[in-house]
Design a binder for this molecule. Structure first.
Ligand code: ASP
Length: 326
């Protein structure tokens, strides 16, 4: 009886030690999906795929990019908000996570309450472009041309909530003009339309535009950052050419559905931080003009504080511009 009792309690100890380890061992046992709210091949997608490849190495499971397009990124956000909080669905989004809260009168999710925060990743400048045969060769000519011909000009964007839409809106307001907006499901198809000469103007991240600018396949008028960028050192900023205070920087956050277990979030944050130091990631990001954010922003708290401040910053601007959708 005594021996049996000892054996029994020894196996109970082993069993409880094993169950304590289960959460760590049991996740991830299958591929993880990283939802991108815009079309494959575009700027957000490029950032996502670069991070996913590195995070897959750390997590020992493939992080698969899943493009869920539409409504300026809000369809993907709604999908992730309702996904199972089991660590197998993640979400990457940019400034649109904040601006959509003001742009849409009704959203089927709460940007602040329905997600867990993993961390911020990279900041990306934007560039202002036109189709190759557009009549204006520099910003001065562009401003004169669009002021005289605004009703004939169209501007491609990735829908209400996209940074291309926000950048276009800021350009229109700076000049006091209005273009015809042509929404796409991401700026990858918008860029194809620009290259094909079907649309006139596009404001888009360097993560997609640098190769086209370098190849000379588009007209390029400047970068949207306060200072010139390393990846395009010759390129002037829009601000230095007279569009004072014209500044758009695209930031990226990684989220999970609300309720995702804490240990899983901690592992995801560690994998993100490892990716942001991975030379394959930093090299690729630097070539495309993207900058890894400081460590303080790579934390869940850093992302949460930033998102809140962006909602507070853009809400009044968007309301004043009167750009809404239901
Ligand atoms: N650049 C896009 C935007 O305007 C999104 C994308 O296709 O990555 O938000």
């Amino acid at each position: 009886m005594g021996v049996l009792h000892k054996l029994l309690s020894a196996s109970l100890v082993m069993l409880s030690a094993w169950s304590a380890d289960v959460p760590a061992q049991a996740w991830p046992t299958r591929p993880i999906s990283l939802v991108v709210p815009f079309a494959a091949g575009g700027p957000t997608d490029v950032v996502a795929r670069t991070l996913a490849a590195s995070m897959s190495k750390t997590l020992g499971q493939t992080v698969i990019v899943e493009n869920k397009v539409g409504a300026g990124g809000t369809i993907a956000a709604a999908f992730v908000a309702k996904a199972a909080p089991d660590g197998y669905t993640l979400f990457i989004h940019h400034n649109g996570m904040a601006t959509s809260t003001a742009l849409y009168r009704k959203l089927p999710y709460d940007a602040l309450a329905d997600f867990e925060y993993i961390g911020q990743a990279v900041d990306v400048p934007m560039t202002l472009l036109a189709r190759k045969d557009f009549p204006a060769n520099n910003l001065t000519e562009l401003i004169a041309y669009v002021r005289a011909n605004q009703d004939k000009i169209n501007l491609a964007n990735a829908g209400l909530g996209a940074v291309s839409q926000l950048c276009g809106l800021m350009f229109e307001r700076a000049l006091g003009v209005k273009f015809t907006a042509i929404p796409f499901q991401g700026t990858a198809p918008a860029m194809q339309a620009l290259l094909g000469g079907q649309v006139d103007l596009l404001c888009d991240q360097t993560t997609q535009t640098i190769p086209q600018i370098k190849a000379g396949s588009v007209k390029f008028y400047g970068v949207t950052t306060r200072n010139r960028i390393k990846a395009l050192p010759e390129a002037p900023t829009l601000a230095e050419q007279g569009l004072k205070d014209f500044e758009v920087l695209v930031w990226h956050g990684i989220y999970a559905p609300r309720g995702t277990p804490r240990p899983v979030l901690a592992s995801l944050n560690a994998a993100l931080r490892t990716a942001l130091k991975d030379p394959d990631v930093t090299r690729r990001m630097a070539e495309l003009g993207a900058e890894v954010v400081p460590e303080s922003k790579q934390s869940p708290e850093g992302l949460q504080t930033w998102l809140k401040s962006e909602i507070d910053k853009w809400g009044p601007v968007i309301k004043a511009a009167g750009a809404f959708a239901d």
